[in-house]
Design a protein around this ligand. Sequence first.
Ligand code: OOB
Length: 534
Amino acid sequence: MSIPFTPWPPELAARYRAAGYWTDLPMTEMLARQCRLQADAPAVFCGERSISYAELDRRSDNLAAWLLARGVARHDTALVQLPNVAEFYIALFALFKIGAAPVNALFSHQKLELSAYARQIQPKLLIADRRHPLFGNDVMADELAAISPALNVRLFANDTLEAVLEQDGGGLPAEAGPSRADEVALFQLSGGSTGTPKLIPRTHNDYYYSVRRSADICELGPHTRFLCALPAPHNFPISSPGALGVFHAGGAVVLASSPEPLSCFALIEKHQVDIAALVPPAVALWLQAAPGREPQLASLKLLQVGGASFAEATARQVPAVLGCRLQQVFGMAEGLVNYTRLDDGDDIVFGCQGRPMSDADEVKVLDEAGHPVPPGAPGMLATRGPYTFRGYYQAPEHNQRVFDNEGFYYSGDVVVADERGYLRVAGRVKDQINRGGEKIAAEEVEHLLLQHPQVAQAALVAMPDALLGEKSCAFIVPRADELKPMTLRRFLREQGVADYKLPDKFELVTSLPLTHVGKIDKQTLRRQLAAAGA
Ligand code: OOB
């Protein structure tokens, strides 16, 4: 049975096909094409290794054959957690080749996130890394198998995976092959605003289109050397245009283990990187580190910045200090991605977050009553289009809340549009903290805190931070006086939540302010934090 997801209505699907946005080709096509055109050209640089398109193809074939032999097949799902290593892309193509759809968890994810994903997709396959603290032994893998009884194939990087990639699988049988292009290719991760992390089914048709269009806008080609320093599975460095955009265009991805400036500068120089993607806090670090090191950055032509608010004053420093152009990117794993264009003037490039990549992206900016606001006025962003999903995986109630009856998705962002359709992100109505690009669903952390017997009430809110833009602060009403922040941090850790979701600060209070309808008044809490100069 194919993987269930909410499809586009047939009229729209027909329109997207007729316009050439949907080509009905699976994403394996980009790899096959590069192997025909330039098999020996480098596709990935990872540490000391250079992996050509032919090798990417051969190794992903080997893995695909090995998986098929163990019963992983079309319409199965996989839970994958790998750091920024070439094996991540090899595994991705292997899974595409046999039509199995992965959730690619972030390497920072811990037990809670992985368990939540496993519960939802019931994976048959786990690919993880022995270097991750959870997978040094088999306890976590066994726990995941208990959550997903179908999970009977495991592979570990720094253990069994490497040998499988080198083991000749004898090619793929004729009946094997990708899922149909209008079926789920992979699941993206939602930043979330609710209790459980949500999954976003993305089809070959929609994702491949967003990748091709993005690669076009960014003028990628065989010359491209793209630095991937953000977590490889994130929608930005994988598809906007990201690694897949680079493979589509025939360039090479240079993997960095983090955005730390000195190691990234060395990679830029070594591989003559011309494009990189960063979140705003990483840009700040690069700007600090660059003076005196300009020669290392000479090849860099374009710096893409997105994922969180980017201050205009910082944006303006990018060309002067780093010697490259800036492109702002406002995107979401759910679909819509906005770019400033390479030929846009300074006021646009520095002053807004771009405009939708596709002519077929439909954007509404609405007031609280759901009426469109005029250009220049802030409103809630709602969107639909050829690569914006139509529903979270198995989440009918939540989908009711975030889609209108025309299929527009409400992202929870407050934006200001100008007459030409350029968007500036002006705020947010979703209950989320954007910690330098890492998204924290307030409700998820509050629910965990409320599990502690000494916590009567909990509210997680954003507080301003000079480097990250926002950090998180947990307001706690304790049942007893002795409750200590340290106790709560340890409690959250023990529950297995990713580190970036741990509150940066705890405020123990005797009561929480309420709105007139009796909900916790987070606006007042945020104002208190801002006033206290948190
Ligand atoms: C990207 O994707 P997600 O799914 O991690 O987060 C999406 C949310 C947006 O709804 C918005 O709240 C925020 O992140 N965001 C920005 C932004 N880019 C994303 N807020 C202000 N300014 C920006 N430039 O973050 C993502 C996906 C693809 C490309 C780029 C970013």
